[in-house]
Design a protein around this ligand. Structure first.
Ligand SMILES: CC(C)(COP(=O)(O)OP(=O)(O)OC[C@H]1O[C@@H](n2cnc3c(N)ncnc32)[C@H](O)[C@@H]1OP(=O)(O)O)[C@@H](O)C(=O)NCCC(=O)NCCS
Length: 197
């Protein structure tokens, strides 16, 4: 298995596999899991385009997992949102529980403020193909990402994860992430990198 850096120029022939992994690995309470195949291709392309560092784990040309990370990946989410405003509204109407969570989230951000995370560099998305999970793919991708961050002079990074996602929380804590805060149903984690890692 190889871990490789990808970007908007070299990812096109792997986007379908990434979308399939996204669809099957993310749980159904994740808004994007209901996007359907074509929109997930579009969504992940926008994220990779806005990312500073994205990687895929590949074995015999089969993508086993991916990470999308960077300082301004959220710009990719915004671009996708702008391009699909009407379609996204329809999705929210079709999924009232998610619509309610989003509305509550907007109201709560007006009431409860929160300190920004210490880390500007964010891991936005990580997933391993379900049949390949618990075989060290996530660990290899994370290790590759961290070595590349150190090479670029970036000493820390952060992420957020839904507080119900016990598998991912266990994965992050095993890999040295420290909890910064809990805010609106998500846990925020931070990791200080060292050259020994
Ligand atoms: C989190 C994830 C990327 C880990 O990838 P992976 O390739 O399975 O990772 P590794 O094999 O290196 O490590 C597996 C470890 O992660 C933790 N873990 C991952 N998924 C788990 C689950 N569903 N239940 C319990 N522990 C889990 C365990 O500590 C596990 O160790 P074990 O195999 O000894 O039990 C993968 O589980 C995944 O794709 N999850 C769905 C997508 C997701 O939720 N992403 C995070 C969004 S913030």
């Amino acid at each position: 298995m190889n871990v490789e850096i990808v970007n908007s120029h070299n990812i096109k022939n792997r986007l379908e596999q990434i979308a399939k992994i996204h669809f099957s690995a993310y749980s159904s309470d994740h808004f994007t899991s209901g996007f359907g195949f074509d929109k997930l291709i579009e969504y992940n392309f926008r994220l990779i385009e806005a990312s500073d560092l994205s990687v895929v784990a590949v074995d015999n040309n089969v993508v086993l997992g991916f990470i999308i990370a960077g300082e301004k990946v959220s710009a990719g989410v915004s671009k996708f949102t702008q391009e699909n405003r009407g379609w996204l509204m329809l999705q929210l109407i079709r999924r009232p529980s998610i619509l309610l969570t989003k509305i509550m989230g907007i109201i709560k951000t007006k009431i409860y403020t929160s300190q920004p995370s210490k880390a500007k560099f964010r891991l936005l998305s990580i997933a391993t193909k379900p049949g390949s999970q618990s075989k060290g793919v996530g660990k290899e991708m994370l290790h590759f990402l961290e070595q590349e961050l150190l090479r670029r002079g970036i000493g820390c990074y952060g992420l957020s994860v839904k507080n119900k996602n016990q598998g991912a929380i266990q994965f992050y804590e095993r890999h040295g992430f420290v909890k910064e805060k809990e805010y609106l149903g998500s846990l925020y984690y931070f990791k200080q990198l060292s050259n020994k890692s």
